[in-house]
Design a protein around this ligand. Structure first.
Ligand SMILES: NC(=O)c1ccc[n+]([C@@H]2O[C@H](COP(=O)([O-])OP(=O)(O)OC[C@H]3O[C@@H](n4cnc5c(N)ncnc54)[C@H](OP(=O)(O)O)[C@@H]3O)[C@@H](O)[C@H]2O)c1
Length: 297
């Protein structure tokens, strides 16, 4: 699992969907020997698939602080992908930042949340806490404040077609989402950059915003089905998500996020993501088309 040169770039969460996309973006321009990735389990299939790409695979478990400083040894640039744990995240992130300090990592890019400093979303609290830890750590760092993944809504396309209604709680809030691959490309650009990006705060969002009514119209148009948007009060939307089989905490998080979207929490018109990418962000219509193709429609 090792390569001859010493890796200088490290990606955490490389087994996740965002991390995998970042790695593939990086490998297009950076030699594999310059990259190390973090996994929780060193000898499973997922780790072996990563090693087959020529990158160094190291155990970096946010729940086992002793693995982290060792994993970060010699790393110059660290992409810190936020944990997906809803209950242990601040403790996990504390451990990661302490380890980065101990290993004297030269630069950290952290995947935060759009407008985390003022966002009303329940999700924002952990990101605010992590941003404060980074500020107090003395580490040089940049914040990648990612907006909503379009994929979050694409997960609702199949049920919307089945029930002839796209259900949400965002009223007429405008949502500037972008594809996960767009955010991954931006993260790759920042972590491989030779520019001094310490201190930068990137508010990353799609170029074009839409309401959920507009999303439903586009879905209706492309699928040739009538799929109206049906707005529900937050509690009813949460119950509908639980009824559809989501765990209660995830349903609560999504309903809270839609309620935040109604207040504009997922909207941004700064176009910093497109600027980082040097191209337009992925339009909603393309994401819908891709989702329908995957559903065989
Ligand atoms: N902006 C948005 O719309 C949005 C949406 C979803 C998520 N997010 C955030 O963005 C992050 C990346 O998104 P994603 O789509 O890549 O999520 P994901 O597919 O769920 O990936 C999460 C990654 O975190 C890793 N992880 C979890 N617990 C860990 C631990 N104790 N130690 C080390 N690694 C651990 C996972 O490892 P395993 O594979 O071993 O579990 C996985 O690699 C998420 O974790 C979440 O914080 C943002």
């Amino acid at each position: 699992m090792s390569t001859s040169s010493q890796p200088r770039i490290f990606i955490t969460g490389a087994t996740g969907e965002l991390g995998a996309l970042v790695l593939d973006q990086l490998l297009a321009t950076v030699a594999s020997g310059e990259i190390a990735v973090g996994v929780r389990v060193a000898d499973d299939d997922r780790a072996r698939k990563l090693a087959a790409k020529g990158v160094q695979v190291r155990v970096a478990d946010y729940d086992r602080p002793e693995t982290l400083a060792t994993a970060f040894a010699g790393v110059e640039r660290l992409l810190f992908i936020s944990s997906n744990s809803l209950d242990r995240r601040p403790t996990q992130h504390r451990a990661l930042i302490d380890a980065a300090v101990q290993a004297r990592v030269g630069f950290v890019a952290y995947t935060s949340l759009l407008h985390a400093d003022v966002s009303p979303l329940g999700l924002a609290a952990d990101h605010r806490a992590t941003e404060a830890m980074l500020a107090a750590s003395g580490l040089p760092y940049a914040l990648l404040r990612n907006g909503w993944y379009t994929e979050n809504y694409m997960a609702s396309v199949a049920p919307a077609l089945a029930h002839h209604a796209f259900v949400g709680s965002a009223r007429d809030g405008r949502i500037s989402s972008a594809s996960r691959a767009d955010y991954a490309a931006a993260a790759a650009a920042v972590v491989r950059s030779n520019d001094d990006l310490a201190g930068r705060v990137f508010e990353l969002a799609g170029d074009t915003a839409y309401t959920l009514s507009e999303l439903a119209q586009e879905l209706s148009h492309q699928s040739a089905e009538t799929v109206p948007y049906v707005d529900l009060p937050m509690a009813e939307y949460r119950s509908a998500l639980v009824g559809a089989g989501l765990p209660a905490d995830v349903a609560a998080l999504l309903a809270d996020s839609d309620a935040g979207a109604a207040e504009g929490a997922l909207f941004d018109e700064g176009r910093q993501l497109g600027a980082l990418l040097g191209r337009p962000t992925t339009p909603l219509a393309s994401s819908i088309a891709e989702t329908l193709r995957a559903l065989g429609r």
